[in-house]
Design a protein around this ligand. Structure first.
Ligand code: EPZ
Length: 471
């Protein structure tokens, strides 16, 4: 039996690699320390940090390696716990994962892919949603798969109905069982026509990873076209896949009989870059984010400028800074690409608490992504959450009782408090809040942040933050 999965939320410990050495390791237990930071706010963050490959591409690229008949090499892999979870899952299925040809690269050899035992999977499981993407590749390689309950950030219901429907359309037999979902493909997987109800990133990746080796042609309508998906398509093309991206969110895939390994340098993490940019603005700071690029951040940069932030674009990164003067309020609606990403709003909200006037953030991707706001209100922010669609356009959450619009009145001064990180991006925004607050804050559960931010403790130190680690 093949098992793909993870347990529910697992608290990850912070990995402060500069202090513990082992900086290039992507093993499962890297430099574990406590889960609490005491931050003395009020210092601007100033300096240079580097971002590596995008969490939301790298983890999927690692899964894609399962489809090859030869080893793959992935470069610029960040040392984050989501990568370690996927590595563990791949190893549980017989993939040999070793350090690649340069620091921060991984070699993934799928030649001996095999069934995994539940205990092996469980031992490597964590709070990630990636295991659902193992289904297509494992069905191709081994004919069956099993998925225990999934985890991931608690920012909404996050159902997997699109994924299961897609897999059924390819010919998978999906059977819900008390301990998870069992899948098989007794007649192989065949190309199909799919139209997603919403341009879901994960469901689009599910189609891509399944269709590339399915028999015949697959047409996907209403696909997500995030840069991370385009980079996954680049990887699949390197492996031998035939994929056409048409206008109007239509992707066509011609299935091929076999795929080879790839060599690829991952797209930079634009979510991490946007988070540090937001931190620079909120702390009156000046941060050069090495590795950040303009094209994938176009929409963010427009909003950053409208709020009153400044940036200089260089060949090797982007400098983000507070140029002085008052910050201005904005109205933001999160959306699928090329809109303003949902992952950008939480860190930016802290800067909006400093803006002179009323800002609105209408969250249209996840129905519950304002859980992090309670702590900010406790720290002195004036933020109200509403059920109505306040950004200007009605969204699918409008009539459904979800608190998905935030009204932020500023400027307010934040004061230090004891706060607990609720989710990955909300957690980073809590760090920023504590860094800008007057006095001392204790931020607990910060291990969650290491799911998506490589060496964030080291980076905070490099940028001059004043803090102590506890735990
Ligand atoms: C990916 O999540 C990212 N995660 C998220 O990053 C990101 O916020 C999101 O895409 C949107 O860009 C990874 O790549 C690992 P979706 P994913 O499927 O694929 C609904 C971060 O902090 N939906 O595009 O899970 C869903 O509930 C995060 O890095 C269904 O209803 O997102 C949501 O409302 C968090 N049924 C919407 O679609 C389904 O079967 C978009 O979700 C699937 C999704």
């Amino acid at each position: 039996m093949i098992i793909v999965g993870e347990t529910n939320q697992v608290r990850e410990n912070v990995n402060d690699l500069s202090e513990r050495g082992n900086a290039q390791s992507h093993g499962a237990n890297v430099g574990l320390i406590g889960d609490k930071i005491t931050i003395r706010g009020g210092r601007p963050l100033v300096g240079r940090i580097e971002v590596k490959g995008a969490k939301n591409l790298v983890t999927k690229a690692m899964v894609a390696a399962l489809l090859g008949e030869t080893p793959s090499i992935l470069r610029d892999v960040p040392n984050i716990s989501d990568v370690r979870i996927v590595r563990g899952l791949l190893e549980a299925h017989g993939v040999k994962v070793t350090e690649g040809d340069e620091p921060g690269s991984l070699q993934l050899d799928p030649v001996d892919v095999e069934s995994a035992h539940y205990a092996d999977i469980d031992a490597h499981a964590g709070s990630s949603r990636i295991p659902i993407l193992f289904c297509g590749p494992l069905l191709h390689r081994l004919g069956e798969a099993f998925i225990p309950e999934l985890g991931g950030c608690r920012i909404g219901d996050r159902p997997i109905d699109y994924h299961l429907e897609v897999l059924r359309k390819f010919g998978a037999v999906v059977e819900k069982q008390p301990d998870g979902i069992r899948m098989s493909a007794p007649n192989g997987l065949k190309g199909t026509k799919v139209e997603l109800p919403y341009p879901s990133v994960g469901a689009t990746e599910q189609v891509l990873l399944t269709a590339v080796r399915a028999e015949g042609i697959t047409e996907l309508k209403n696909a997500a076209i995030e840069p991370e998906i385009m980079d996954l398509i680049n990887i699949l093309q390197k492996m031998g896949a035939i994929i056409t991206v048409d206008t109007d969110r239509v992707i066509r895939i011609e299935g091929v009989e076999s795929l080879q390994g790839y060599q690829h340098r991952a797209l930079f993490d634009r979510n991490e870059a946007a988070s540090w940019a937001a931190a620079a603005l909120a702390t009156d700071g000046d941060i050069f984010v090495g590795g950040a690029k303009q094209a994938e951040m176009l929409t963010f940069l427009n909003v950053f400028r409208k709020v009153g932030g400044a940036f200089d674009i260089h060949d090797d990164g982007i400098r983000f800074y507070h140029p002085g003067g008052d910050l201005k309020p904005v109205i933001i609606e999160t959306d699928v690409h090329p809109g303003f990403m949902t992952d950008w709003q939480q860190p930016l909200v802290i800067a909006l608490t400093h803006a002179h006037g009323v800002s609105i953030v209408h969250e249209t991707v996840y129905e519950q992504r304002f859980g992090f706001v309670d702590a900010l209100v406790e720290m002195g922010a004036t933020i109200q959450i509403h059920r109505e669609c306040l950004g200007g356009h009605p969204c699918r959450f409008g009539q459904r009782n979800f608190n998905h619009s935030a009204v932020i009145a500023g400027p307010t001064k934040l004061v230090g408090a004891d706060i607990e990180v609720p989710d990955l991006r909300g957690g980073f925004s809590h760090l920023i809040a504590a860094l800008t607050a007057e006095g001392t804050s204790t931020v607990s559960n910060v291990g969650i942040i290491s799911r998506g931010y490589e060496n964030f403790i080291t980076k905070l130190r490099l940028l001059g933050a004043d803090f102590d680690l506890e735990g």
